[in-house]
Design a protein around this ligand. Structure first.
Ligand code: NAD
Length: 472
């Protein structure tokens, strides 16, 4: 789906006219391109509150980005600890002395806030960001790492919860295609933040802003991990993969090394086979609501040595306000968008065809978070996807299986192409990045959860919505 406003606003004439009349100019977002081996390129300024514990993780990851250069603010809080963490990983943290007139630009500002133990100490965030936030580059990144509030004593819990407001406000202030996100790590789980940190610093998270990713202790050890082919040896199944977001998910998981089974309804068989052929994958024509669908999927999984990654992407809308909603439209949306997923999960878990250490990833929607006029059936089904994540997380953790969901906002697909023009334009612009996302943006978030490196990330709902104003 093309975005005429975006193209016009970024043309030579359009730029002048749009700025003269104060219309937002959406910044073309940087996205991952094949062959990129450095998840971030450019200067990264690292800061920390006193007694923070994620600096080793931050520097261990920056070491994996050959095109990143670490910097530390001159005389900043905890600057000695920052330099020590850099030295411990054989890196140099260049000292940066901020001056309003200098032209320094930072691709990322990374702040370790895990040491903040009361609201007074939140000042450390001001001290770090105030002199440098205007120096964030185009499509720059802010990542704050905090301590999971629910695991803290009262004073620390209150202060740590404050970081959500900080990061959400950054998302609205920073402009130019930049994003701001927060990772909450349990004490002792700092190293499990690596996958989230790399994702949130990279162009793969182009349309993810103002989100919180929570990580808990897990067995993943990144020492011998291949970050370029994270899914090598894994088998994934993606439902609704003949087109749109599902096809992008399949492509992205295959790019990361997975063997992919793509599933869609028999009527989409031609498109489905095209996707499967392109990826050297396997096509499975089935309606997920059919009585035999769970058994069919389980059998296919068994043939392939079990599934490691199950992505419940298939979904439909049948929009009517409740007064005009026909019974069959209610039933259809609930059945496809959530009930079928429950039946498939139950069958695979019963048969043991979802491997230990596996991944279940749902596709919710911001409609499931905010509700939407004319979408009672859809919003109910998509909120229920969140319920599925919440409800299954602890039971699945016993088998090292993680469950998470992404909640897309306005993504440019045939589904959103069918929305009436005025509503479609509003959907595209009412977010901090002033544009719709691409299917690949959702796919990248799913690939992040699918990675073995994300073993500590479970129970998360991450919106891929450019910080949409809906339900924020
Ligand atoms: P799409 O309509 O382009 O693709 C959905 C695919 O699911 C289609 O190929 C369709 O044939 C398949 N499907 C439908 N019913 C099925 C069934 N019973 N069994 C098997 N396959 C079935 O939609 P999309 O925009 O790519 O959306 C993908 C997912 O993302 C959906 O769950 C949707 O609700 C969600 N989502 C999309 C947006 C957006 O802006 N596009 C926003 C929020 C959430």
């Amino acid at each position: 789906m093309s975005d005429f406003y975006h193209a016009l606003a970024n043309s030579a004439v359009g730029k002048k006219v749009f700025s003269a009349i104060n219309l937002p100019i959406p910044t073309p977002l940087e996205r991952f391109t094949l062959g990129d081996t450095s998840f971030i390129k450019g200067a990264v300024l690292v800061g920390a509150a006193e007694n923070s514990t994620a600096l080793d993780t931050i520097f261990a990851n920056l070491k994996l980005a050959p095109a990143a250069q670490a910097h530390v603010l001159a005389n900043a809080i905890a600057s000695e600890s920052i330099e020590a963490a850099a030295t411990a990983t054989h890196q140099t943290a260049h000292t940066y002395m901020p001056a309003p007139e200098d032209r320094a630009k930072f691709k990322a500002l990374v702040f370790d806030a895990t040491g903040i133990s009361n609201t007074q100490e939140l000042k450390a965030a001001w001290a770090f960001f105030h002199p440098v936030i205007r120096k964030l580059d185009k499509c720059g990144r802010i990542v704050v790492i905090g301590r999971t509030p629910e695991t803290c004593a009262l004073e620390q819990r209150i202060a740590q919860r404050g970081l959500v407001g900080l990061v959400k406000s950054f998302g609205k202030e920073i402009k130019n295609g930049a994003t701001a996100n927060l990772i909450y790590a349990d004490e002792g789980a700092e190293s499990q933040a690596s996958s989230a940190l790399q994702f949130l610093l990279s162009p793969k998270s182009a349309y993810v802003s103002a989100q919180v990713v929570r990580v808990r202790p897990a067995k993943f050890d990144g020492k011998k991990f291949d970050w370029q082919q994270p899914l090598a040896g894994k088998t994934a199944l993606v439902t609704g993969a003949a087109r749109g977001i599902g096809a992008a998910i399949a492509e992205t998981l295959a790019r990361d090394g997975a063997k992919v089974v793509v599933l869609d309804i028999p009527a989409m068989s031609e498109d489905l086979h095209k996707v499967a052929n392109k990826l050297n994958g396997v096509a499975l024509s089935a309606d997920i609501t059919a009585d035999d669908a769970p058994a069919l999927i389980s059998e296919k999984a068994k043939e392939l040595g079990g599934l490691d990654i199950l992505v419940h992407n298939a979904g439909v809308t049948r929009d009517k306000t409740m007064g005009g909603m026909k019974e069959h439209l209610w039933d259809m949306v609930i059945d496809i968008n959530i009930a079928a997923e429950e039946r498939i999960n139950a069958k695979l878990l019963e048969d043991g065809t979802l491997n230990k250490g596996g991944r279940i990833i749902g596709v919710s929607s911001i409609s499931g978070i905010a509700g939407n006029m004319g979408q009672t059936n859809y919003s109910t089904s998509k909120a229920a996807v969140i319920g599925m994540v919440d409800g299954m997380v602890e039971e699945l953790a016993k088998q090292d299986i993680t469950i998470n969901a992404v909640a897309p906002g306005f993504i440019e697909t045939q589904m959103t192409g069918a929305i009436p023009f005025a509503i479609r334009e509003a959907g595209r612009r009412l977010n901090s990045l002033n544009q719709g996302g691409q299917p690949v943006d959702v796919a990248e978030a799913i690939a992040f959860f699918a990675s073995p490196a994300s073993q500590g990330a479970t129970g998360n709902i991450v919106r891929v919505c450019g910080q949409s104003l809906l339900g924020a």
